[in-house]
Design a protein around this ligand. Structure first.
Ligand SMILES: Cc1ncc(C[n+]2csc(CCOP(=O)(O)OP(=O)(O)O)c2C)c(N)n1
Length: 626
């Protein structure tokens, strides 16, 4: 059936039986491709019927369909003229793992971060209206994404304006892990609530009371209409009070129900409308249905055994995230004031073990980074020691909270910033490219980045002891590196670590790209060129003494290496400090230039931006007269 779909409008020609077959084909295609490329498997499998029903009823170029996060939109990609490229999903030069307005005219809005859909959808709706061409706009948002402040802000505005936005709440009861919070309980209560069950029972009692011959004739229809009948009867006060017509809960895998309700809404509803659908995350792939968290976002996997493929190194080593979690557990064992905060990323940030051992000290606040930071600030006021573990890219959400609630009040909130640097296949929405820049300009802030796993452990212990204000450590995605041949001296506040200390050029690195600096220096040495190698450890404060010493020793050239935007990043900090101190160096900065970096294997991306040993070595040999 999938073969017959050349453009989305072809879906409209299919009958219900054919639509069911189409869903089957799409699932097979998603499983087959993601088993090779990796990707967001479980969320996308759960949204197959919804996607097909949306395209059966709406015209995506006129109506615009805005997906939240975009990680559930693989079926949408397949049906919107991208099936032939679907094998290139998340590969360098291939299809993005999320919706991207530069990739397809069918993608209404670019995504990757959660909870933007209602605001963007409202903007698109009002924009069309202002141009005198009003059209229905559909927004699809998950129950996890619905926990974020921005989603509530959007709902509030839509309800207040009374605009005819159609919000589909795709409720699978899961965020990446089990969903949390009051909204989650509220949605669950709608299902288990007495009223829902009472009405459901009354409908079925009435059917059972009919003569058998009549009952047999209508039972199929009643089943099909069950969801829609219930949805008409159950008032849902929260959304209704916000100004929405609430329809639901309905079975999000029942094509007849979906098509019927969406058609009705399209034709007959002209107020804000929230359709609450219930879906199963991972639907149609047993392994993913059983463990939707594991299959939320996966590397390539064996689709017969469900085993995830890991590289040899991944099997033998441990990730920075896991090391963070384990170290925090050790710290927490000895200090009951230590608590951990995650914004719906317990597994991703390595806090699963912490959650099991100290459930009362782990706070999963939902997808609510802003709240997470201010919540930590409140805890710090009370003398509690919060470690806020958030990915670099998602912490961008909480910028004002870091400044206004934490730094201004000098509160000792500890930030464990995961996924600093390029993250690979998730691409520009997820690269941690800006944290050093966005944190560095905030007064009272201390920022560190470890060169390897051992240093991360030391830094976490250092942070635990540090009480003078906010402090952050940022580390990359992936497996830890270690340098057994190097010593691991104690962390001293604001002090860098000097590895090689002779030569006319100094290479100063921050974080895990130390590896590149180390290789460059070793290669220079093998050519008889001596160089300083400095592992900065601190981005803020900058080690002034180290810079003055370099100048004293006659160093004229400095090369800085970081996996962060060079604009305002670590190299800029060295440049500023040298200028402030009146030191004259020629400083060349390697890092992420003033461009968003695409997706692909991290090694491909490093090559693309020149953040690799060969490029830096070539530069030094060609451009610097040593
Ligand atoms: C601001 C932000 N924080 C965290 C994430 C990571 N994240 C991606 S999907 C997801 C869960 C979303 O749950 P839901 O909306 O219910 O969709 P589902 O995966 O269950 O289909 C999270 C936490 C993100 N994309 N954006």
């Amino acid at each position: 059936m999938l073969e017959s779909i050349k453009i989305p409008a072809d879906v409209k020609k299919l009958d219900l039986r054919q639509l069911a077959q189409l869903c089957k084909d799409i699932r097979e295609r998603i499983i087959d491709v993601t088993s090779k490329t990796g990707g967001h498997l479980a969320p996308s499998l759960g949204a197959v019927e919804l996607t097909v029903a949306l395209l059966k009823v709406f015209d995506p170029l006129k109506n615009r369909i805005v997906w939240d996060v975009g990680h559930q939109s693989y079926a949408y990609k397949i049906l919107t003229e991208r099936n032939d490229k679907f094998d290139t999903l998340r590969q360098y030069g291939g299809l993005s793992g999320f919706n991207n307005i530069f990739e397809s005219k069918y993608d209404a809005f670019g995504v990757g971060h959660s909870s933007t859909s209602i605001s963007a959808g409202l903007g698109i709706y009002v924009g069309k209206e202002l141009k005198g061409k009003p059209e229905k706009v559909v927004v699809v948002i998950g129950d996890g994404a619905m926990t974020a402040g921005e989603a509530f802000e959007g709902l509030n505005n839509v309800g207040g304006l009374g605009k005819n936005l159609i919000v589909i709440l795709n409720d699978n009861s899961m965020s990446i892990s089990k969903n949390v919070g009051g909204m989650h309980s509220y949605l669950a209560n709608i299902l288990t609530g007495k009223r829902y069950n009472k009405i459901k029972k009354e409908v079925w009692d009435a059917v059972q009371a009919l003569p058998r011959i009549v009952r047999n004739r209508i039972i199929y229809r009643v089943r099909r209409l069950e969801d829609s009948i219930l949805s008409m009867l159950i008032p849902c006060s929260l959304f209704e009070d916000l100004g929405f017509k609430y329809i639901g809960p309905i079975n999000g895998h029942s094509m007849p129900t979906l098509v019927k309700i969406l058609s009705n809404v399209k034709e007959h509803v002209d107020v804000p409308c929230l359709i609450h659908i219930l879906t199963k995350k991972g639907k149609g792939f047993g392994f993913a249905e059983q463990d939707a968290t594991k299959f939320h976002g996966v590397p390539s996997f064996n689709n017969l055994t469900g085993e995830l493929n890991k590289t040899k190194e991944e099997k033998n080593t441990t990730s920075y995230s896991k090391l963070f979690g384990r170290t925090l557990e050790k710290i927490a064992e000895k200090d009951e004031k230590v608590i951990a905060i995650t914004a719906a990323m317990t597994d991703g940030t390595g806090l699963k073990g912490f959650a099991e051992r100290f459930p009362e000290r782990l706070f999963d606040v939902g997808i609510a980074e802003q709240h997470a930071v201010t919540f930590a600030a409140g805890l710090a006021i009370e003398g509690i020691k919060p470690f806020v573990a958030i990915y670099s890219t998602f912490l961008q959400r909480a910028y004002d909270q870091i400044i206004h609630d934490v730094a201004l009040q000098k509160l000792p909130v500890r930030f464990a910033i995961d996924r600093g640097g390029l993250v690979g296949e998730d691409g520009p929405t997820h690269h941690g490219a800006f944290d050093l820049s966005y944190l560095r300009c905030i007064p009272n802030m201390t920022i560190m980045a470890p060169r390897d796993g051992k240093e991360l452990e030391k830094m976490l212990k250092f942070m635990h002891r540090y009480e003078k204000g906010p402090i952050a450590v940022r580390y990359p995605r992936g497996e830890i590196q270690n340098f057994p041949e190097l010593l691991n001296p104690k962390i001293a506040y604001g002090k860098s670590e000097v590895i090689f200390n002779e030569g006319k050029i100094a290479i100063i690195t921050i974080g895990s790209v130390f590896k590149i600096g180390y290789e460059v220096c070793n290669k220079l040495q093998s050519k008889g060129i001596l160089s300083y190698l400095i592992n900065a450890r601190f981005v803020k404060p900058v080690d002034s003494e180290m810079l003055m010493e370099l100048a004293d020793k006659g160093v004229k050239n400095i090369v800085t290496i970081e996996e962060n935007a060079v604009r305002g990043g670590f190299g800029s900090a060295i440049l500023e400090k040298a200028n402030e101190l009146g030191l004259k160096f020629r400083i060349k900065m390697f890092g992420i230039s003033d461009k968003f970096v695409t997706y692909g294997k991290t090694s491909q991306l490093h090559h693309l931006i020149g953040l690799e040993t060969k490029n830096i070595l070539d530069f030094i040999l060609k451009e610097i007269k040593i």
